[in-house]
Structures are given as structure tokens and as C-alpha cells.
Design a protein around this ligand. Structure first.
Ligand SMILES: [Zn+2]
Length: 367
């Protein structure tokens, strides 16, 4: 039998444990998130409850009186046949229909984590937890991001991929519950928890990819965990003629239009010494010099879509050019393939997050 004295000790241990994860300041964060799930349609089909009436595949066109609100009724609301938790707010923005899904952050994550980390098995549950914390942190760092449009996040790669109820999975939902309200902070603020598929051996600095200084938690680190990724290294062989046609097209996409007579004579890569990412490219033509900025590099050297990463080298070979690259995605923050491997090796989600976001602190959101 446990003596009174022991109960007292257990109570003290319980209180200490409870305080292990500090809470973020109350009142600074909110419980719900506003996600734009339809961005500029002529009409949408809605199933849900408006006032006391239940509508089934109700067509909302521009002639409606906006804003319109729909709630769930025993089952989730539907937009064009896709189910969503929470409620819907429909607006007319510049003669187009926009649908905003308003829901609890924890429910939103259930429709995000499976899209971002893919299907996982129980032995990889720690990576789903790490992804849940990263995705939740991302939300809190980007609240009110598009305030003028009335929402916080897009439901695609501009923010995080969110696909509603259809993609929800028992294991990922459990991982979200297990990390309930946990986020990463730096100096008391939610961090910009960036993540991408594969870093290729070393993560990128924030400043390799975007304008601005790299915070300590988004500074390049060596990652030995993503070697099994199909994108760890990759190469493409392309004819020189085609390469230059693509390059001209790429330049056009970032607003640099070369005339037919203007010939590309040289290009010079400026890299970050540690991360090896191309930070800048100086292109010399018969007319002068052009500077390609870090956030334009992948677009310029891609063939219509972005190049897999800005960690690449060009190697001429006869009439061809070999683009030898590493990694997939921007490479900043958590390397998802690396995180999967860490989970497989038995690391906890806290260890994974500490590794990819150094100098951050885990806290629990208090609304
Ligand atoms: Zn990696």
C-alpha cells in the first residue's frame, strides 16, 4: 500500500512534470485558424447548415448576398464534394468567390500532417509527431498573414497542404493529439518552422533561399539521415542548345527578357561556402550583366517548373550539360526524409526537432 508520505512525493513529481513544458503567454494566440480553400471561383457547391436550414449541394454564385456562413450539421460541411471540419465563410473578392474554412488549429492539422509527411506506420510515429509540431508552429507564426483578404493561410504549397477530412488518418491524428498544442519558440515567439523533402546532406540557411538574415534555428546543419531519399543526389543531362533555350525562358519568368540578338556569354555562381546553395548568379550577355537573386535561382534554371533544389553544379560534357544536384525543396529547417530516418533509428520527436531547429524551446499554447 502507498503511504501518505509517498502520495505527497508523487504529487510533487506530478506538479514538476506538469511544468516541464512551459506555456506560451496567454492571450497572444488563438484557437482557430482561417484557411482559404477556394481562391477565386465563379461558383461553389456547398452542403451545410445556414441558419436553421440544411442545404445539399447548394450552388453559391456571385449573385448571392455575401458574406455567407455555413455550419456543420451532424456531419462535416462540404465544398464541391470535399468534406471539411469547422465552418465556412464565403466572400466575393473582386467578383470571384472565395471560401474560408474556419476551424480549430488541432482539427486543421489532421488535414495537413498526412499530406506533408505521407502515410506512416506505427514504428514511425515519432516523425508524425515532429511534423505535427512543425506544422502547428508554422500556423502560429503565420496567423493574420493575409489579413487584408480575411484569412491566415492558403491550403497549398504557398503555406501548408491542407485537404480536409478525406486525408485524415488514425495514426497521424493520434500523433497530433499526443503533441497537443506543443509548438517551438525562439525568444518567446513561435518560430518560422520551415521544412522540405530532402536536404541532400546539409540543410540550407534561410538567407540562401530568401531575403533576410538567418535566425539561429534556420542556419545550415549537416544532416546524415536523408541518404535513402530518391532525391539525395540527382542529375539531368541536357543538350547545350536546349539548356540555353530553357535558361532564356527561365530568365523571362523572373522578368529578365533578352532580345534575340543578345547572347549569353558567361554565368558565374556565388555560393554559400557551407551549405553549397547557389545564393546568386551573375549572367553576362553581349548587352551587359544581370543578377539572379537567391529566391529566383530555382525558377531560372528549371525547365518550366522550379529546379529540384538550389544545391546544384553544372558540368559541361561534349554537346551537353549535366545538372548534378542534391536534395529536393528549399532545404531550410527540417529535412523530412532525414526526420523519417531518425524516427526509424529510434529518435524521439523532441530529438528530431532539436536537431533540425537548434536553440528553440518547446512550449504549449495556452489560448
Ligand atoms: Zn537531410
Amino acid at each position: 500500500m502507498i503511504k501518505y508520505k509517498n502520495w505527497k512525493l508523487i504529487f510533487i513529481i506530478f506538479v514538476v512534470l506538469l511544468n516541464c513544458i512551459p506555456y506560451i503567454q496567454k492571450g497572444t494566440l488563438r484557437k482557430h485558424v482561417r484557411v482559404a480553400i477556394v481562391c477565386g471561383a465563379d461558383y461553389v457547391k456547398i452542403t451545410g447548415k445556414k441558419g436553421n436550414e440544411l442545404y445539399n449541394d447548394f450552388v453559391v454564385s456571385l449573385s448571392a448576398k455575401f458574406p455567407l456562413y455555413f455550419n456543420s450539421h451532424n456531419k462535416p460541411v462540404e465544398v464541391n464534394g470535399k468534406k471539411y471540419r469547422g465552418t465556412l465563410e464565403i466572400h466575393n473578392i473582386e467578383q470571384k468567390i472565395w471560401v474560408i474554412n474556419i476551424l480549430d488549429v488541432e482539427d486543421y492539422l489532421k488535414g495537413v500532417v498526412p499530406c506533408e509527411i505521407g502515410k506512416i506506420s506505427i514504428n514511425l510515429i515519432e516523425v508524425a509527431k515532429a511534423q505535427a509540431v512543425a506544422a502547428r508552429t508554422y500556423v502560429y507564426a503565420h496567423l493574420n498573414q493575409y489579413q487584408e483578404l480575411g484569412f491566415d493561410l492558403y491550403a497549398d504549397t504557398r503555406d501548408q497542404i491542407y485537404a480536409g477530412v478525406a486525408v485524415e488518418h488514425q495514426l497521424t491524428s493520434w500523433a497530433i493529439e499526443q503533441t497537443d498544442r506543443e509548438i517551438l519558440t525562439f525568444r518567446g515567439q513561435p518560430i518560422d518552422a520551415k521544412y522540405s523533402s530532402t536536404c541532400g546532406g546539409i540543410t540550407a540557411n534561410f538567407s540562401d533561399i530568401w531575403i533576410g538574415e538567418s535566425p539561429p534555428y534556420l542556419t545550415s546543419i549537416v544532416c546524415r539521415y536523408c541518404k535513402k531519399s530518391p532525391y539525395y543526389t540527382w542529375s539531368e543531362k541536357i543538350g547545350k542548345k536546349e539548356f540555353f533555350i530553357n535558361l532564356r525562358q527561365g530568365l523571362k519568368q523572373v522578368g529578365i527578357i533578352l532580345s534575340k540578338e543578345e547572347l549569353i556569354q558567361d554565368f558565374r555562381f556565388i555560393r554559400n561556402r557551407k551549405s553549397q546553395r547557389v545564393n546568386k548568379v551573375i549572367i553576362t550577355t553581349t548587352n551587359g550583366e544581370y543578377e539572379i537573386k537567391n529566391y529566383q535561382v530555382r525558377r531560372v534554371f528549371g525547365d518550366g517548373t522550379d529546379l529540384r533544389s538550389s544545391y546544384f553544379f553544372l558540368q559541361p560534357e561534349g554537346d551537353s550539360i549535366i545538372i548534378a544536384g542534391r536534395g529536393y525543396g528549399h532545404g531550410v529547417g527540417m529535412c523530412q526524409f532525414g526526420a523519417i530516418e531518425m524516427a526509424r533509428m529510434g529518435k524521439t520527436y523532441q530529438e528530431i526537432l532539436r536537431f533540425y531547429y537548434p536553440e528553440t524551446k518547446m512550449v504549449r499554447v495556452k489560448y
